[in-house]
Design a protein around this ligand. Structure first.
Ligand SMILES: *Cc1c(COP(=O)(O)O)cnc(C)c1O
Length: 465
């Protein structure tokens, strides 16, 4: 690990405190430290193509480990229920101001503990139990919290799911029909595995016709929106939610944002929609905020505002396109024929399924995740597809030509897999060892920002993305 003394290069009290913590952990709890160290090494040496992952910068990690965590700060800046919140108030305001600038939002709440809570909170703010909503079906690419029967959202509300048409495009026509038929109060959009752009304006028009609110959960594409590489949902939707750890490369947490509807009056005719969100986050859904996470959100937003982020986002899109192209060239069936974002979804070839593909690739230190493909007849635990994402490889600095190499390695593994009975499989050891060695070389040539070999640059260059 990069020691704190090294990366701070100063003797501030905070720096010493963080360094003491690592030293004490090493000495006092070697069992746990060893596991953390192993995990660190695993991340350095594996090629993650998991679409729902990002990687935090060491500076973001330092913030989450700072002593600001000790402050209990129920309430909002200037209106806390405890003393000692002077600095915390400034940190929260900084996070809000930066998030507003990153997304061009008029209102931001930085307190949601995660995107799932953010979604529940928006629903709580404008819906009553039993109200009707439209959400994208889980097996079409929607998220659990968009009304899936196994989630609280599916239990509390009367959900009518929409999905994709037979060309794997988002079925706006069906969404409009469902809206006319069921007069929902809320339409939830945003997905976990849809590789194409989403037309938020069109969804808003569908909602306006029936007087519904729109919640855009942009968790997967938040970074592309921030960089201007995907149309923004901020003004198109009434509410935008996102997590901060996938494409925003920040800490685990969520945001709720609003644009032109921030001051729109809610149904009671008294409070605005943003006022309703404010009281729905606290005190309706959450207690004290995670102030260290809010501070880390501020740090992550600061990085998104740096000019280098646009370049990274461009690489995310170019890399995903290159992977889709390379897969197609090797005969794979890529869902919707390509991608507009960071996601590539393809059908596991031959006698394989998504689970075997995922496991075989993991043995060679290539990380992907099994995923349903549209119209999948298999289950979510053993689905037919594999989902790839380019967030982490783009952050490592790999570009489109290396994506061809990555797909080549992936293809080599999948060709070498011999499926057995009951989910068992075999990969030839010579193939496995060769692919793993090539993966390790790539990982060393394109290190993560907290890799040993990158540490020297970090000290000098500061916050380069
Ligand atoms: C990952 C994801 C979430 C959940 O985010 P958490 O912060 O883990 O709760 C919500 N919505 C979408 C679309 C996601 O992809």
């Amino acid at each position: 690990m990069v020691s704190v003394e090294q990366s701070h290069g100063n003797d501030s009290h905070l720096g010493q405190y963080l360094g003491q913590g690592v030293g004490a952990l090493q000495r006092q709890d070697p069992e746990l430290y060893r596991l953390l160290e192993l995990e660190h090494e695993r991340q350095l040496e594996t090629l993650s193509l998991v679409a729902s992952c990002g990687v935090v910068d060491p500076s973001v990690l330092a913030v989450t480990g700072s002593s600001i965590v000790n402050v209990t700060a129920e309430g909002y800046p200037g209106k806390r229920y405890h003393a000692g919140c002077r600095n915390v108030d400034e940190v929260e305001n900084l996070a809000i101001e930066r998030a507003k600038r990153v997304f061009g939002a008029r209102y931001v709440n930085v307190q949601p503990h995660c995107a799932s809570y953010a979604n529940h909170t928006v629903m709580q703010s404008v819906l009553n139990p039993g109200d009707t909503i439209l959400g994208m079906a889980l097996d079409q690419g929607g998220h659990l919290t968009h009304g899936s029967p196994v989630n609280l959202s599916g239990k509390l509300y009367d959900v009518h799911p929409y999905g994709l048409d037979d060309t794997d495009a988002l079925d706006y026509g069906r969404m409009a029909e469902l809206a006319q038929e069921h007069r929902p109060k809320l339409i939830v959009c945003g997905t976990t595995s849809f590789p194409r752009a989403i037309d938020f304006d069109r969804i808003r028009s569908i909602a306006d016709e029936v007087g519904a609110y729109v919640l855009a959960d942009v968790t997967h594409i938040g970074g592309l929106i921030a960089a201007g590489l995907h149309a923004s949902s901020i003004d198109a939707a009434h509410f935008t939610t996102t997590c901060t750890f996938k494409q925003l490369y920040g800490p685990r947490g969520g945001l709720i944002m609003m644009g032109r509807d921030a001051d729109t009056l809610s149904a009671d005719g008294k409070r605005t929609l943003s006022q309703r969100i404010q009281s729905a986050v606290f005190p309706m859904m959450q207690g004290s905020p995670e102030v260290h996470t809010i501070a880390a959100k501020a740090r992550a937003m600061g990085r998104l505002l740096e000019p280098g982020f646009r370049e990274l986002a461009e690489r995310i899109v170019a890399n995903a396109a290159a992977m889709a192209k390379a897969l197609t060239a090797r005969g794979y069936e890529v869902v919707s024929g390509g991608t507009d974002n960071h996601i590539v979804l393809f059908r596991a070839p031959g006698g394989l399924n998504g689970l075997i593909a995922e496991r075989a690739l993991e043995r060679c230190d290539i990380l992907v995740n099994k995923n349903k493909v549209p119209g999948d007849t298999r289950s979510a635990t053993v689905p037919s597809g594999v989902r790839l994402g380019s967030n982490t490889v783009a952050l490592r600095g790999l570009g489109p030509s290396e994506m061809d190499t990555c797909v080549d390695l992936l293809d080599t593994v999948l060709r070498a897999v011999e499926p057995g009975g009951g989910g068992a499989f075999h990969v030839d050891e010579a193939v496995r060892a060769d692919v793993a060695a090539q993966v390790h070389r790539l990982c060393r040539d394109f290190p993560l920002p907290y890799d040993r070999s990158a540490a020297a640059d970090l000290v000098g260059a500061g916050a380069e993305l």
